[in-house]
Design a binder for this molecule. Structure first.
Ligand SMILES: Cc1cc2nc3c(=O)[nH]c(=O)nc-3n(C[C@H](O)[C@H](O)[C@H](O)COP(=O)(O)O)c2cc1C
Length: 165
């Protein structure tokens, strides 16, 4: 395997979900890089039938955390406590359905692939990340002014790792 492929392969193999974070924020540059990585993900017909919303304000992060119903949260409040950013991964199903009968499926895949790109780049940057599917999206989307037609596929918690992955 050539050295570049080996680096990519190692990054894929070594990434693990991180749920315990040290206090600290992410820089605007880090957020920008992560969103650019997301935007580079493939999408059905290149329609990019997804919408990503980055949450970084502490009060907003607390609001997001209060809508996660993972058993891990209730069992251990340290989980995700110092999260530095949450990315809301939304699928834009109507947008994709304009072209594809299978648009609902494709839009969710578009959002998911963007999420995986974020997780992999976060790991390469020395950050920790975790996909969170156990979330109640009904209240989250209006809180952040996101349109009703979007479907929340999941969250990505990001921060400075406090656990070795
Ligand atoms: C669709 C999906 C939903 C997930 N939901 C949660 C979740 O709600 N809470 C959580 O702590 N981890 C969640 N995870 C992370 C998985 O638990 C984790 O990826 C899995 O255990 C494998 O561990 P690894 O990421 O360290 O390889 C989710 C992952 C995926 C792909």
């Amino acid at each position: 395997m050539n050295p570049n492929a080996q680096i990519v392969f190692d990054n894929l193999l070594n990434r693990r979900s991180v749920r315990q974070f040290q206090p600290g924020s992410l820089s605007a540059e880090q957020i920008d890089l992560l969103l650019r990585a997301a935007d580079a993900a493939p999408s059905a017909g290149n329609l990019k039938s997804r919408h990503l919303h980055a949450v970084t304000q502490r009060s907003d992060l607390e609001f997001v955390l209060s809508h996660i119903y993972s058993a891990r949260i209730s069992a251990n409040h340290a989980t995700f406590r110092n999260v530095a950013a949450m990315i809301l991964l939304c699928a834009d199903i109507p947008h994709c359905r304009q072209r594809y009968r299978r648009g609902a499926l494709y839009a969710i895949q578009d959002a998911s692939l963007a999420g995986q790109n974020i997780l992999l780049l976060a790991h390469a940057l020395g950050l920790g990340g975790c996909w969170i599917g156990q979330v109640n999206g009904h209240a989250l989307l209006p809180h952040f002014g996101l349109p009703e037609h979007l479907k929340l596929v999941g969250l990505i918690a990001l921060g400075h790792p406090a656990e070795t992955a």
